[in-house]
Design a protein around this ligand. Structure first.
Ligand SMILES: [Mg+2]
Length: 284
């Protein structure tokens, strides 16, 4: 009976498998929602968990180096000055997909057949129910215990700051009660999505020893930067990664997408699919 069941199951898979293959071949189209596989990977793979832990554990093991070396800075603008050496150490982290895992929001959007929109996003943020990215709480607590000031720079809207703060405190992240170490988009004049002003403000008062993010823009301004320039930047700063800069995996969304479409925002689905087909490199 068991063998029979297995055979039926196998047959079922084969039928489904064939029809999927036929569909894919006949329409030559990628699945409508490209975030399905990425979201499943974040939520189900031990490999996602391991990559995140790898980033935070590497940082923890290396933390004594910048604390003993006052020349050490993870800021490419601070590097060109001298006064930073006397300043107390700080670490800057992005929030979304760096310390908070918002994959349940993405899962909801998929199940509801929606794409990203600010209203649903802010509602999710206001629930304050995000889980921590693996390794992030342990690392930030450890760094704070070593006397390092922790700052979170995020492009969440300032309207969701209270809920974000609550969420992060509940998870155990170091959140200051004496000063605002959660710096959100639009909270102060000039605090725009490029994060430049917020980074400057921290750099005036602290020596930035490490930076964490899931997007190139978390490390330096990379808006409207072509794919080629993005790749060149990674090569130029290769000695920063894994030492001063730590990248968290985010296959669901990011500035890499707009770069892939050459920053064309008014494309039809057909045009987008055509570009995606082109971007699949087959080396022939
Ligand atoms: Mg992020």
């Amino acid at each position: 009976m068991k063998v029979q069941n297995s055979l039926f199951l196998l047959l079922g898979f084969l039928i489904v498998g064939c029809s999927t293959t036929q569909n894919t071949t006949s329409t030559n189209a990628l699945p409508d929602d490209k975030s399905v596989q990425a979201t499943l990977w974040v939520q189900n793979s031990a490999e996602y968990q391991a990559l995140s832990v790898q980033a935070y554990e590497t940082a923890k093991r290396n933390l004594s180096l910048p604390l003993e070396d006052s020349f050490w800075t993870a800021s490419i603008t601070q590097e060109e000055t001298e006064s930073y050496m006397q300043l107390p150490p700080a670490i800057i982290l992005d929030i979304d997909e760096t310390v908070l895992d918002n994959s349940p929001f993405q899962a909801r959007m998929i199940k509801q057949g929606k794409s990203f929109n600010v209203e649903d996003w802010n509602a999710w943020c206001n629930e304050g129910n995000a889980e921590a990215v693996p390794g992030a709480v342990h690392f930030t607590q450890y760094a704070a215990e070593q006397g390092v000031e922790i700052f979170y720079i995020s492009n969440r809207a300032y309207e969701v700051e209270d809920a974000t703060r609550r969420n992060m405190i509940e998870l155990g992240f170091p959140v200051s009660s004496e000063m605002d170490n959660i710096m959100l988009n639009g909270e102060e004049p000039g605090w725009t999505s490029d994060k430049i002003k917020r980074r400057q403000l921290i750099e005036e008062n602290y020596r930035v020893i490490m930076v964490f993010g899931d997007d190139l823009n978390d490390f330096f301004p990379a808006k409207n930067t072509t794919q080629k320039k993005r790749a060149d930047s990674v090569n130029r700063y290769s000695n920063y990664f894994g030492k001063k800069w730590f990248v968290l995996p985010n296959p669901v969304y990011g500035s890499w997408e707009n770069a892939m479409f050459d920053f064309q925002s008014d494309l039809t689905n057909e045009e987008r699919n055509a570009i995606l087909q082109e971007r699949l490199d087959t080396r022939n």
